[in-house]
Design a protein around this ligand. Sequence first.
Ligand SMILES: *[C@@H]1O[C@H](CO)[C@@H](O)[C@H](O)[C@H]1NC(C)=O
Length: 439
Amino acid sequence: MKNTNFVTFGLILAVFNVGAEFTFDKYPEHFIFGVGSAAYVTEGAWDIDGKGPSIWDEFSIKSGWTESSDGGQIAANGYHYVQEDVQRLKHLGVSHYKLSLSWPRLLPHGTNSSINEAGFQYYDYVFDELLANGIKPFVALYHWDLPQTLQDDGGWLSSDSITWFKDYANLCFERYGDRVKLWTTIEDPFSIAYKGYVTGEHAPGFQHSGNEYKVGHQLLLAHAEVYQLYQSKFRGHQGGEVGLTISSDWYVASTEDEDDIDAARRAFTFRVGWFLEPLYRGDYPRVMKQRIAHKRKTLGYRHQKLPKFTSEDKAKLIGATDFIGISHFKTKLVTGQVNTSPSPDFYNDQDLVLSVDPSWPKLEYRPELNHESDRRLTGFGLEELLKYVTSSYDNPVIYVTQNGLDTCGTLKDQHRIEYIRDYTNSVLQGKLISTSLYN
Ligand SMILES: *[C@@H]1O[C@H](CO)[C@@H](O)[C@H](O)[C@H]1NC(C)=O
Protein backbone atom coordinates (compact mmCIF):
# COMPACT_ATOMS: atom_id res chain seq x y z
CA MET A 1 0.00 0.00 0.00
CA LYS A 2 1.16 3.46 -0.85
CA ASN A 3 -0.65 4.97 1.99
CA THR A 4 1.66 5.36 4.97
CA ASN A 5 -0.38 6.45 7.89
CA PHE A 6 -3.15 3.93 7.61
CA VAL A 7 -0.78 1.08 8.17
CA THR A 8 0.11 0.65 11.79
CA PHE A 9 3.34 -1.21 12.12
CA GLY A 10 5.51 -1.48 15.13
CA LEU A 11 3.34 0.15 17.65
CA ILE A 12 4.03 1.15 21.16
CA LEU A 13 1.45 1.46 23.83
CA ALA A 14 2.43 3.40 26.83
CA VAL A 15 0.73 4.54 29.95
CA PHE A 16 2.32 7.34 31.88
CA ASN A 17 1.53 7.91 35.47
CA VAL A 18 3.29 10.31 37.73
CA GLY A 19 5.46 8.32 40.05
CA ALA A 20 6.24 5.61 37.53
CA GLU A 21 9.93 4.91 37.35
CA PHE A 22 11.69 5.17 34.04
CA THR A 23 14.82 3.21 33.40
CA PHE A 24 16.06 1.95 30.10
CA ASP A 25 16.06 -1.86 29.61
CA LYS A 26 13.26 -2.21 32.12
CA TYR A 27 9.70 -1.17 31.49
CA PRO A 28 8.32 0.99 34.22
CA GLU A 29 5.24 -0.09 36.08
CA HIS A 30 2.09 0.87 34.18
CA PHE A 31 3.92 0.73 30.88
CA ILE A 32 2.36 -1.60 28.36
CA PHE A 33 3.90 -2.73 25.14
CA GLY A 34 2.04 -4.04 22.15
CA VAL A 35 1.46 -3.97 18.42
CA GLY A 36 -1.54 -3.06 16.37
CA SER A 37 -3.40 -3.01 13.12
CA ALA A 38 -6.55 -1.72 11.47
CA ALA A 39 -9.35 -3.84 10.05
CA TYR A 40 -9.12 -2.63 6.46
CA VAL A 41 -5.38 -3.28 6.08
CA THR A 42 -5.43 -6.58 7.93
CA GLU A 43 -8.60 -8.60 7.51
CA GLY A 44 -9.24 -8.83 3.79
CA ALA A 45 -12.37 -10.96 3.27
CA TRP A 46 -14.03 -7.76 2.15
CA ASP A 47 -17.27 -9.34 0.88
CA ILE A 48 -17.31 -12.58 2.83
CA ASP A 49 -19.86 -13.85 5.37
CA GLY A 50 -22.26 -10.97 4.98
CA LYS A 51 -19.88 -8.01 5.21
CA GLY A 52 -21.02 -4.84 3.46
CA PRO A 53 -18.68 -2.54 1.49
CA SER A 54 -16.80 0.23 3.25
CA ILE A 55 -15.68 3.57 1.86
CA TRP A 56 -12.13 2.18 1.64
CA ASP A 57 -13.31 -0.76 -0.46
CA GLU A 58 -14.96 1.64 -2.89
CA PHE A 59 -12.18 4.20 -2.79
CA SER A 60 -9.29 1.81 -3.40
CA ILE A 61 -11.02 0.33 -6.40
CA LYS A 62 -12.08 3.65 -7.90
CA SER A 63 -8.94 5.62 -7.30
CA GLY A 64 -6.38 2.90 -7.93
CA TRP A 65 -4.78 4.43 -4.87
CA THR A 66 -3.49 1.22 -3.40
CA GLU A 67 -0.47 -0.25 -5.09
CA SER A 68 -1.94 -3.55 -6.06
CA SER A 69 -5.42 -3.40 -7.44
CA ASP A 70 -6.80 -5.69 -4.76
CA GLY A 71 -6.42 -3.00 -2.07
CA GLY A 72 -7.98 -4.25 1.10
CA GLN A 73 -9.90 -7.02 -0.60
CA ILE A 74 -7.33 -9.53 0.57
CA ALA A 75 -4.94 -7.32 2.55
CA ALA A 76 -3.00 -9.52 5.01
CA ASN A 77 -5.81 -12.08 4.82
CA GLY A 78 -6.08 -11.89 8.60
CA TYR A 79 -9.71 -12.96 8.54
CA HIS A 80 -8.57 -16.46 7.71
CA TYR A 81 -5.49 -16.58 9.97
CA VAL A 82 -6.69 -15.67 13.43
CA GLN A 83 -5.05 -18.57 15.23
CA GLU A 84 -1.74 -18.22 13.41
CA ASP A 85 -1.62 -14.46 13.95
CA VAL A 86 -2.38 -14.76 17.63
CA GLN A 87 0.46 -17.29 17.97
CA ARG A 88 2.77 -14.75 16.31
CA LEU A 89 1.68 -12.11 18.79
CA LYS A 90 2.33 -14.51 21.62
CA HIS A 91 5.75 -15.25 20.22
CA LEU A 92 6.46 -11.51 20.12
CA GLY A 93 5.68 -11.37 23.82
CA VAL A 94 3.25 -8.46 23.69
CA SER A 95 0.66 -8.00 26.39
CA HIS A 96 -1.79 -6.04 24.22
CA TYR A 97 -2.97 -6.10 20.64
CA LYS A 98 -4.69 -3.10 19.15
CA LEU A 99 -7.18 -3.76 16.40
CA SER A 100 -10.18 -2.05 14.90
CA LEU A 101 -13.64 -3.41 14.24
CA SER A 102 -14.94 -3.28 10.70
CA TRP A 103 -18.25 -1.46 11.06
CA PRO A 104 -19.65 -2.82 7.76
CA ARG A 105 -18.70 -6.37 8.79
CA LEU A 106 -20.95 -5.98 11.82
CA LEU A 107 -23.63 -3.75 10.32
CA PRO A 108 -23.53 -4.23 6.53
CA HIS A 109 -25.80 -1.23 5.93
CA GLY A 110 -24.27 0.86 8.67
CA THR A 111 -27.37 1.29 10.83
CA ASN A 112 -28.48 -1.24 13.41
CA SER A 113 -31.48 -2.21 11.26
CA SER A 114 -29.62 -5.28 10.04
CA ILE A 115 -27.06 -7.06 12.13
CA ASN A 116 -24.55 -9.50 10.65
CA GLU A 117 -24.19 -12.25 13.24
CA ALA A 118 -21.32 -13.87 11.33
CA GLY A 119 -19.39 -10.63 11.72
CA PHE A 120 -20.04 -10.51 15.45
CA GLN A 121 -18.94 -14.13 15.75
CA TYR A 122 -15.69 -13.37 13.95
CA TYR A 123 -14.60 -10.84 16.60
CA ASP A 124 -15.88 -13.14 19.36
CA TYR A 125 -13.41 -15.64 18.04
CA VAL A 126 -10.60 -13.06 17.79
CA PHE A 127 -11.09 -11.82 21.37
CA ASP A 128 -11.41 -15.31 22.82
CA GLU A 129 -8.29 -16.44 21.00
CA LEU A 130 -6.31 -13.40 22.19
CA LEU A 131 -7.41 -13.73 25.80
CA ALA A 132 -6.78 -17.47 25.85
CA ASN A 133 -3.20 -16.61 24.93
CA GLY A 134 -2.82 -13.92 27.55
CA ILE A 135 -3.12 -10.96 25.18
CA LYS A 136 -5.53 -8.15 25.93
CA PRO A 137 -7.48 -6.59 23.07
CA PHE A 138 -7.39 -2.80 22.67
CA VAL A 139 -10.16 -1.93 20.27
CA ALA A 140 -10.82 1.00 17.96
CA LEU A 141 -14.47 1.37 17.05
CA TYR A 142 -13.65 3.46 14.01
CA HIS A 143 -10.43 3.27 12.04
CA TRP A 144 -11.72 4.90 8.84
CA ASP A 145 -13.77 2.18 7.12
CA LEU A 146 -17.24 3.72 7.22
CA PRO A 147 -20.00 1.58 5.69
CA GLN A 148 -20.48 2.82 2.13
CA THR A 149 -24.25 3.05 2.59
CA LEU A 150 -23.73 5.66 5.32
CA GLN A 151 -21.39 7.58 3.04
CA ASP A 152 -24.14 7.59 0.45
CA ASP A 153 -26.32 9.24 3.09
CA GLY A 154 -23.77 11.99 3.76
CA GLY A 155 -21.08 10.24 5.80
CA TRP A 156 -19.56 12.28 8.62
CA LEU A 157 -21.04 15.46 7.16
CA SER A 158 -24.51 14.24 8.04
CA SER A 159 -25.89 15.19 11.43
CA ASP A 160 -27.24 11.61 11.59
CA SER A 161 -23.67 10.33 11.82
CA ILE A 162 -23.75 10.83 15.60
CA THR A 163 -26.73 8.48 15.96
CA TRP A 164 -25.26 5.93 13.53
CA PHE A 165 -22.04 5.84 15.50
CA LYS A 166 -23.79 5.68 18.85
CA ASP A 167 -26.03 2.76 17.83
CA TYR A 168 -23.03 0.90 16.43
CA ALA A 169 -20.94 1.56 19.55
CA ASN A 170 -23.81 0.46 21.75
CA LEU A 171 -23.88 -2.94 20.10
CA CYS A 172 -20.10 -3.29 20.33
CA PHE A 173 -20.10 -2.47 24.05
CA GLU A 174 -23.02 -4.88 24.62
CA ARG A 175 -21.40 -7.76 22.78
CA TYR A 176 -17.73 -7.28 23.60
CA GLY A 177 -17.51 -5.12 26.70
CA ASP A 178 -17.18 -8.18 28.92
CA ARG A 179 -13.82 -8.92 27.28
CA VAL A 180 -12.66 -5.57 25.87
CA LYS A 181 -11.61 -3.05 28.51
CA LEU A 182 -9.75 -0.56 26.34
CA TRP A 183 -11.61 1.32 23.65
CA THR A 184 -10.77 4.16 21.33
CA THR A 185 -13.75 5.71 19.63
CA ILE A 186 -12.28 7.44 16.61
CA GLU A 187 -8.75 7.08 15.28
CA ASP A 188 -7.08 10.28 14.13
CA PRO A 189 -9.97 12.64 13.36
CA PHE A 190 -7.54 15.01 11.59
CA SER A 191 -6.84 12.50 8.81
CA ILE A 192 -10.49 11.57 8.48
CA ALA A 193 -11.51 15.22 8.12
CA TYR A 194 -8.62 16.66 6.14
CA LYS A 195 -7.36 13.79 3.99
CA GLY A 196 -10.80 12.31 3.45
CA TYR A 197 -12.78 15.48 2.76
CA VAL A 198 -10.30 18.18 1.64
CA THR A 199 -7.31 16.70 -0.18
CA GLY A 200 -9.14 13.54 -1.18
CA GLU A 201 -6.07 11.38 -0.61
CA HIS A 202 -8.06 9.12 1.70
CA ALA A 203 -11.56 7.65 1.42
CA PRO A 204 -14.12 8.93 0.62
CA GLY A 205 -11.83 11.03 -1.59
CA PHE A 206 -13.67 14.34 -1.44
CA GLN A 207 -11.92 17.56 -2.37
CA HIS A 208 -13.72 20.44 -0.79
CA SER A 209 -12.02 22.98 1.43
CA GLY A 210 -14.00 24.05 4.42
CA ASN A 211 -15.37 20.60 5.14
CA GLU A 212 -12.51 19.69 7.45
CA TYR A 213 -13.94 21.72 10.31
CA LYS A 214 -17.49 20.44 9.80
CA VAL A 215 -16.32 16.83 9.73
CA GLY A 216 -14.07 17.39 12.74
CA HIS A 217 -17.04 18.84 14.61
CA GLN A 218 -19.22 15.79 13.91
CA LEU A 219 -16.40 13.45 14.91
CA LEU A 220 -15.93 15.23 18.23
CA LEU A 221 -19.66 15.15 18.97
CA ALA A 222 -19.87 11.48 17.96
CA HIS A 223 -16.95 10.69 20.25
CA ALA A 224 -18.52 12.56 23.18
CA GLU A 225 -21.85 10.85 22.65
CA VAL A 226 -20.26 7.41 22.73
CA TYR A 227 -18.13 8.29 25.74
CA GLN A 228 -21.26 9.38 27.63
CA LEU A 229 -23.07 6.23 26.50
CA TYR A 230 -20.31 4.07 27.95
CA GLN A 231 -20.27 6.17 31.10
CA SER A 232 -23.99 5.87 31.75
CA LYS A 233 -24.75 2.36 30.55
CA PHE A 234 -21.63 0.21 30.60
CA ARG A 235 -18.87 1.50 32.83
CA GLY A 236 -20.54 0.40 36.04
CA HIS A 237 -20.43 -3.31 35.24
CA GLN A 238 -17.72 -3.42 32.53
CA GLY A 239 -15.17 -1.09 34.09
CA GLY A 240 -13.23 -0.26 30.93
CA GLU A 241 -11.62 2.91 29.57
CA VAL A 242 -12.73 4.93 26.55
CA GLY A 243 -10.62 7.55 24.79
CA LEU A 244 -9.98 9.49 21.61
CA THR A 245 -6.88 9.03 19.46
CA ILE A 246 -5.35 12.10 17.84
CA SER A 247 -2.37 12.34 15.51
CA SER A 248 0.36 14.94 15.54
CA ASP A 249 3.85 15.61 14.33
CA TRP A 250 6.34 17.19 16.69
CA TYR A 251 6.79 20.81 15.58
CA VAL A 252 10.06 22.67 16.07
CA ALA A 253 10.43 26.39 15.36
CA SER A 254 12.95 26.75 12.53
CA THR A 255 14.72 29.71 14.22
CA GLU A 256 14.54 31.50 17.54
CA ASP A 257 12.54 34.27 15.92
CA GLU A 258 9.34 35.14 17.73
CA ASP A 259 7.43 34.64 14.44
CA ASP A 260 8.64 31.09 14.05
CA ILE A 261 8.08 30.23 17.70
CA ASP A 262 4.52 31.52 17.41
CA ALA A 263 4.05 29.55 14.20
CA ALA A 264 5.17 26.32 15.90
CA ARG A 265 2.70 27.04 18.69
CA ARG A 266 -0.04 27.54 16.10
CA ALA A 267 0.81 24.24 14.47
CA PHE A 268 0.10 22.46 17.76
CA THR A 269 -3.02 24.50 18.37
CA PHE A 270 -4.45 23.47 15.01
CA ARG A 271 -3.38 19.87 15.15
CA VAL A 272 -3.70 18.97 18.83
CA GLY A 273 -5.82 21.77 20.30
CA TRP A 274 -8.49 21.36 17.62
CA PHE A 275 -9.55 18.06 19.24
CA LEU A 276 -8.25 18.23 22.78
CA GLU A 277 -9.33 21.73 23.86
CA PRO A 278 -13.02 20.78 23.40
CA LEU A 279 -12.49 17.69 25.58
CA TYR A 280 -10.62 19.58 28.26
CA ARG A 281 -12.12 23.06 28.11
CA GLY A 282 -15.36 22.60 26.22
CA ASP A 283 -14.49 24.71 23.19
CA TYR A 284 -12.10 25.15 20.28
CA PRO A 285 -8.92 27.15 20.92
CA ARG A 286 -9.54 30.89 20.72
CA VAL A 287 -6.61 31.36 18.32
CA MET A 288 -8.13 28.86 15.94
CA LYS A 289 -11.59 30.42 16.01
CA GLN A 290 -10.25 33.91 15.39
CA ARG A 291 -7.79 33.01 12.66
CA ILE A 292 -10.20 30.86 10.69
CA ALA A 293 -12.96 33.47 10.82
CA HIS A 294 -10.53 36.21 9.80
CA LYS A 295 -8.67 34.32 7.08
CA ARG A 296 -11.79 32.95 5.47
CA LYS A 297 -13.55 36.30 5.55
CA THR A 298 -10.55 37.93 3.86
CA LEU A 299 -10.68 35.28 1.13
CA GLY A 300 -14.41 35.81 0.60
CA TYR A 301 -15.55 32.65 2.39
CA ARG A 302 -17.23 34.39 5.26
CA HIS A 303 -19.37 31.41 6.24
CA GLN A 304 -16.47 29.02 6.66
CA LYS A 305 -16.01 29.49 10.37
CA LEU A 306 -15.42 26.87 12.98
CA PRO A 307 -18.80 25.38 13.92
CA LYS A 308 -20.05 26.34 17.39
CA PHE A 309 -20.79 24.04 20.28
CA THR A 310 -24.08 24.46 22.11
CA SER A 311 -24.01 24.50 25.89
CA GLU A 312 -25.39 20.97 25.81
CA ASP A 313 -22.50 19.89 23.54
CA LYS A 314 -19.99 21.51 25.87
CA ALA A 315 -21.37 19.66 28.86
CA LYS A 316 -20.99 16.36 26.99
CA LEU A 317 -17.49 17.17 25.75
CA ILE A 318 -15.74 18.31 28.89
CA GLY A 319 -13.93 15.41 30.48
CA ALA A 320 -15.15 12.98 27.85
CA THR A 321 -11.98 10.94 27.60
CA ASP A 322 -10.29 8.54 30.00
CA PHE A 323 -7.00 8.70 28.13
CA ILE A 324 -5.45 10.26 25.06
CA GLY A 325 -4.39 8.03 22.22
CA ILE A 326 -1.50 9.42 20.18
CA SER A 327 -0.49 8.52 16.71
CA HIS A 328 2.91 9.96 15.79
CA PHE A 329 5.31 9.56 12.89
CA LYS A 330 7.29 12.71 12.03
CA THR A 331 8.99 15.84 13.25
CA LYS A 332 8.67 19.05 11.23
CA LEU A 333 10.38 22.44 11.24
CA VAL A 334 7.96 25.34 11.32
CA THR A 335 8.53 28.77 9.79
CA GLY A 336 5.98 31.54 10.14
CA GLN A 337 4.97 32.87 6.73
CA VAL A 338 1.82 34.66 5.64
CA ASN A 339 -0.04 32.44 3.23
CA THR A 340 -1.42 34.32 0.26
CA SER A 341 -3.08 31.36 -1.44
CA PRO A 342 -6.62 32.27 -2.50
CA SER A 343 -7.98 28.86 -1.53
CA PRO A 344 -9.13 28.25 2.02
CA ASP A 345 -7.40 25.33 3.66
CA PHE A 346 -6.44 23.95 7.07
CA TYR A 347 -2.76 24.68 6.44
CA ASN A 348 -3.32 28.04 4.73
CA ASP A 349 -5.28 29.12 7.80
CA GLN A 350 -2.15 28.68 9.90
CA ASP A 351 0.26 30.95 7.98
CA LEU A 352 3.26 28.71 8.23
CA VAL A 353 5.56 26.53 6.18
CA LEU A 354 6.63 23.02 7.23
CA SER A 355 9.98 21.46 6.31
CA VAL A 356 12.56 18.99 7.59
CA ASP A 357 15.98 19.81 8.92
CA PRO A 358 18.55 18.39 6.48
CA SER A 359 20.77 17.49 9.41
CA TRP A 360 18.24 14.97 10.75
CA PRO A 361 19.41 11.51 9.68
CA LYS A 362 17.74 10.17 6.60
CA LEU A 363 16.20 6.73 6.66
CA GLU A 364 17.78 4.47 4.12
CA TYR A 365 14.89 3.49 1.92
CA ARG A 366 15.24 1.55 -1.25
CA PRO A 367 14.33 4.39 -3.58
CA GLU A 368 12.95 2.15 -6.30
CA LEU A 369 10.42 0.79 -3.83
CA ASN A 370 9.66 3.80 -1.77
CA HIS A 371 9.59 7.34 -3.01
CA GLU A 372 8.85 9.04 0.22
CA SER A 373 11.95 11.04 0.99
CA ASP A 374 11.06 13.26 3.90
CA ARG A 375 11.06 10.59 6.57
CA ARG A 376 13.84 11.15 9.06
CA LEU A 377 15.04 9.42 12.16
CA THR A 378 13.69 11.84 14.74
CA GLY A 379 12.70 9.68 17.66
CA PHE A 380 13.13 12.62 20.04
CA GLY A 381 9.92 14.02 18.55
CA LEU A 382 7.85 11.32 20.21
CA GLU A 383 9.23 12.04 23.66
CA GLU A 384 8.75 15.78 23.14
CA LEU A 385 5.18 15.33 21.93
CA LEU A 386 4.34 13.19 24.96
CA LYS A 387 5.79 15.85 27.24
CA TYR A 388 3.83 18.54 25.43
CA VAL A 389 0.51 16.71 25.76
CA THR A 390 1.27 15.71 29.34
CA SER A 391 1.90 19.27 30.45
CA SER A 392 -0.83 20.88 28.33
CA TYR A 393 -3.64 18.56 29.34
CA ASP A 394 -3.37 17.85 33.06
CA ASN A 395 -1.09 14.83 32.96
CA PRO A 396 -3.45 12.41 31.20
CA VAL A 397 -2.97 8.71 30.73
CA ILE A 398 -1.49 8.38 27.24
CA TYR A 399 -1.37 5.44 24.88
CA VAL A 400 0.84 5.73 21.81
CA THR A 401 -1.47 3.92 19.46
CA GLN A 402 0.40 4.29 16.19
CA ASN A 403 4.02 4.73 15.27
CA GLY A 404 6.20 3.07 12.68
CA LEU A 405 7.21 3.02 9.04
CA ASP A 406 5.55 1.51 6.03
CA THR A 407 7.01 -1.52 4.36
CA CYS A 408 9.39 -1.18 1.43
CA GLY A 409 8.24 -4.50 0.06
CA THR A 410 11.10 -6.58 1.41
CA LEU A 411 12.21 -8.05 4.70
CA LYS A 412 15.58 -6.35 4.26
CA ASP A 413 14.38 -3.36 6.15
CA GLN A 414 17.10 -2.19 8.50
CA HIS A 415 15.67 1.33 8.39
CA ARG A 416 12.45 0.09 9.97
CA ILE A 417 14.35 -1.61 12.77
CA GLU A 418 16.26 1.61 13.37
CA TYR A 419 13.11 3.67 13.33
CA ILE A 420 11.28 1.50 15.84
CA ARG A 421 14.34 1.28 18.10
CA ASP A 422 14.87 5.03 18.01
CA TYR A 423 11.25 5.87 18.81
CA THR A 424 10.89 3.19 21.49
CA ASN A 425 14.08 4.31 23.20
CA SER A 426 12.89 7.87 23.05
CA VAL A 427 9.93 6.90 25.19
CA LEU A 428 11.80 4.57 27.54
CA GLN A 429 14.76 6.85 28.07
CA GLY A 430 12.57 9.93 28.17
CA LYS A 431 12.86 12.25 31.08
CA LEU A 432 9.11 12.56 31.08
CA ILE A 433 8.76 12.57 34.81
CA SER A 434 11.63 14.79 35.79
CA THR A 435 11.10 17.57 33.32
CA SER A 436 7.56 18.37 32.45
CA LEU A 437 5.59 16.68 35.15
CA TYR A 438 7.24 18.04 38.24
CA ASN A 439 7.96 21.53 37.00
C1 LIG B 1 -31.04 0.49 17.29
O1 LIG B 1 -30.93 1.86 17.65
C2 LIG B 1 -32.09 2.41 18.26
C3 LIG B 1 -31.80 3.86 18.56
O2 LIG B 1 -31.46 4.60 17.44
C4 LIG B 1 -32.42 1.65 19.53
O3 LIG B 1 -33.62 2.14 20.06
C5 LIG B 1 -32.54 0.16 19.23
O4 LIG B 1 -32.69 -0.53 20.43
C6 LIG B 1 -31.28 -0.34 18.52
N1 LIG B 1 -31.41 -1.73 18.17
C7 LIG B 1 -30.47 -2.62 18.49
C8 LIG B 1 -30.69 -4.01 18.01
O5 LIG B 1 -29.46 -2.32 19.10
